[in-house]
Design a protein around this ligand. Structure first.
Ligand SMILES: [Zn+2]
Length: 349
């Protein structure tokens, strides 16, 4: 099959489209999917550079998100059949450990992500465990059908943001939520979920153009973090009360501001630290204000089913920034770094 092959860790020059053997069904509970589109995530750039503790077999295939047509199913697969149009949860768990048995698949002791730990979606075929698969839903008319591009762009960021806001932070209607960096995939979906819940959403960006787009999506207040003092503005907007929830994935560059923006009893939920991982928190402020700081990664299968159901109701449709053909997948990865990016980058296969 054709795939974007990564020959070694390094930069984009280690990538080239080439031929590699197609995957086969590893057991009776997998389905082989002929991919129509794959979506990129920042994770792909980190995997390319090399993640400490993860050793890959080369050539490796990047890409976590995808959508396609079921080509073949194992003998125990019941929920999909050849010809079905599917999307999938990119988090692969063991389905045997205590966390999997409790339904908390993203806490699995052997949790792996497509494209990070195992070969990914920038290829013509991929084998997916049955519990990870979902039929692409059909939203109600007059909404158009979900395109391959949208189906591929949906899963990783929507699942991540859903678990952060709904399961972990338990964001409620009327609460004030601060979301950093609204051009990024998770932050953009976090805004959509916050509005679906009925929360008051304050979003930031360093670009006024992105903030204007965020207002179209429903942001109640937009703040330019390049020119303003976000924590001070959040406190002014809330009569000095502060935000109930802060959605973090920036890390060192914003952590102090996130805590200064947080109200009494507030919750910070984080899924990453793109600007640095060592965060300083004054424990006196933590206990006095009775804050909760929580981590979140991906999500479980119930959460995935719930977001796919909402997509089928016409909610949470992905925002796509650009599409590229597989031949130009390396250029698509380069575009991930673009300061103008607003939404997902998708590779058509
Ligand atoms: Zn497990």
């Amino acid at each position: 099959m054709k795939a974007l092959l990564m020959r070694a860790h390094g930069d984009l020059s280690t990538l080239a489209v080439g031929e590699t053997p197609s995957p086969t069904l590893p057991d009776s509970r997998h389905a082989l999917v002929r991919l129509k589109a794959a979506a990129l995530n920042h994770l792909d750039l980190w995997t390319l550079a090399g993640v400490p503790g993860i050793s890959l077999k080369f050539p490796h295939i990047l890409g976590g998100d995808g959508a396609g047509i079921v080509e073949e199913v194992g003998s125990d697969v019941r929920s999909v059949k050849p010809g079905d149009c599917v999307m999938f949860n990119p988090g692969i768990s063991c389905y045997r450990c205590e966390y999997c048995l409790a339904g908390d698949h993203s806490l699995c002791v052997d949790y792996r992500l497509l494209g990070e730990h195992v070969p990914g979606t920038l290829a013509e075929f991929i084998a997916i465990p049955e519990p990870n698969l979902a039929l692409i839903p059909r939203p109600p008319a007059p909404q158009p059908e979900i395109s391959w591009t949208e189906a591929a762009a949906f899963s990783l960021v929507t699942l991540t943001a859903w678990r952060m806001l709904v399961t972990r932070a338990r964001l409620r209607p009327g609460e004030v939520v601060l979301i950093w960096g609204v051009g990024g995939g998770v932050s953009l979906v976090a805004l959509k979920i916050a509005k679906l819940i009925g929360a008051f959403a304050i979003v930031t960006s360093g670009s006024d153009d992105k903030l204007a787009k965020a207002r179209e999506i429903g942001a109640d207040v937009t703040l330019n973090h390049a020119t303003g003092d976000v924590a001070k503005e959040v406190r002014q907007l809330t009569n000095r009360r502060g935000a109930d929830v802060v959605v973090e994935n920036v890390g060192e560059a914003t952590w102090e501001q996130s805590l200064r923006a947080l109200g009494r009893g507030g919750r910070v939920v984080t899924c990453g630290g793109t600007t640095g991982h060592n965060l300083i928190t004054d424990v006196r402020r933590l206990f006095w204000h009775q804050w909760t700081i929580m981590g979140s990664t991906m999500g479980n299968h119930l959460e995935y089913q719930e977001i796919v159901r909402l997509l089928g109701q016409g909610e949470l449709r992905p925002t796509v920034h650009a599409t590229f053909p597989l031949e130009r997948a390396a250029a698509a990865l380069e575009e991930l770094k673009s300061a103008h990016r607003f939404g997902k980058i998708v590779v058509q296969i």
